[in-house]
Design a protein around this ligand. Structure first.
Ligand SMILES: NC(=O)c1ccc[n+]([C@@H]2O[C@H](COP(=O)([O-])OP(=O)(O)OC[C@H]3O[C@@H](n4cnc5c(N)ncnc54)[C@H](O)[C@@H]3O)[C@@H](O)[C@H]2O)c1
Length: 270
């Protein structure tokens, strides 16, 4: 029985962490195809992990792989899902912001019998949100807390004359819908998108962003209320060991999704 063949769209940090897991045999899968808008990124990935994989365009990658991992950029998500549908391949979408503006893609994939895996990424509690939705959710709020230096220079703060210098206490720098939050702070797009997609959507999900001088790491707190009761979750994220700009959990959740897909692939092939 063959191992699941992965096609990677995007050869950056998350792709590297997946390749590391593959080469260290943590995953019952192989990387057979890669794609990147920047050819040197693709070549570097192949060389660094000694991958026996081809650099292919999206169509050929979708044809060759059993499972497609999008870990590139939101803009490429519609093309990835369309290619997955055309070739009947399941896929993992990391750039969840790319689905917020294109919700029909999720239904199209479902209609075509394609399984889209959407990672929990840098938050936790999305299982509870999905379950709670069945009985009705009245409120979902994401509170993201960051050390002030992590927000320095953010265009929204500059435009609104908000300073995060020399703060002595926590300052709420943004409060609004997830849809507006994603526009104001594109760097936070995935967490807000993951929560919106799991629950009541980007217009009803509320986001608060806090610059907190007492914070040492980025944290995400979800609070939800509904017929089920009340839910509160907190994730305090360490940066990825190889990429200080990304949460380690983002890569770990990608690896966990690929592992689940590989396990399903193997059992499906029996
Ligand atoms: N779901 C989550 O929780 C979560 C968490 C972290 C990052 N992400 C998202 O995952 C994606 C990858 O993250 P990363 O840290 O590996 O980023 P990265 O910047 O390290 O790597 C992205 C790679 O994609 C390539 N790329 C850009 N546009 C492309 C295109 N149109 N087609 C093919 N390749 C393209 C880039 O050249 C780069 O090599 C990003 O969109 C990021 O926002 C999601």
């Amino acid at each position: 029985m063959g191992m699941m063949k992965i096609g990677l769209v995007g050869c950056g940090n998350i792709a590297s962490d997946i390749c590391r897991a593959v080469t260290e045999k943590e995953l019952a899968a192989t990387v057979v195809a890669v794609n990147d808008i920047d050819a040197t990124q693709a070549e570097t990935l192949l060389r660094r992990y000694k991958l026996n994989a081809s650099i292919l365009d999206l169509e050929k990658l979708a044809d060759t792989a059993d499972f497609i991992v999008e870990c590139a950029v939101g803009a490429v998500v519609p093309a990835v899902i369309k290619a997955a549908i055309r070739f009947g391949k399941d896929c993992l979408i990391m750039s969840l912001g790319g689905l917020l503006g294109n919700p029909a893609l999720i239904d199209q994939a479902r209609g075509a019998g394609i399984r889209l895996r959407l990672p929990s990424g840098a938050v936790c509690g999305l299982d509870g949100i999905r379950a709670a939705l069945q009985g009705g959710l009245s409120e979902v709020t994401l509170t993201t807390r960051k050390p002030p230096q992590g927000l320095k220079g953010a265009p929204y703060l500059l435009e609104h004359g908000i300073s995060v210098e020399n703060l002595e206490e926590a300052l709420v720098v943004f409060e609004g819908s997830a849809r507006d939050a994603v526009k104001a702070f594109p760097a936070n797009v995935n967490v807000a998108a993951a929560l919106s997609l799991a629950g009541i959507g980007a217009d009803k999900t509320q986001v608060r962003l806090i610059a907190d001088p007492a914070a040492t790491v980025n944290s995400h707190e979800i609070r939800a209320t509904g017929a089920f009761g009340e839910m509160v979750t907190i994730m305090r994220n360490q940066p990825s060991p190889r990429n200080p700009k990304s949460s380690y959990m983002a890569s770990l959740s990608a690896i966990a999704e690929v592992a689940a897909a590989a396990a399903e692939f193997v059992s499906g092939a029996e």
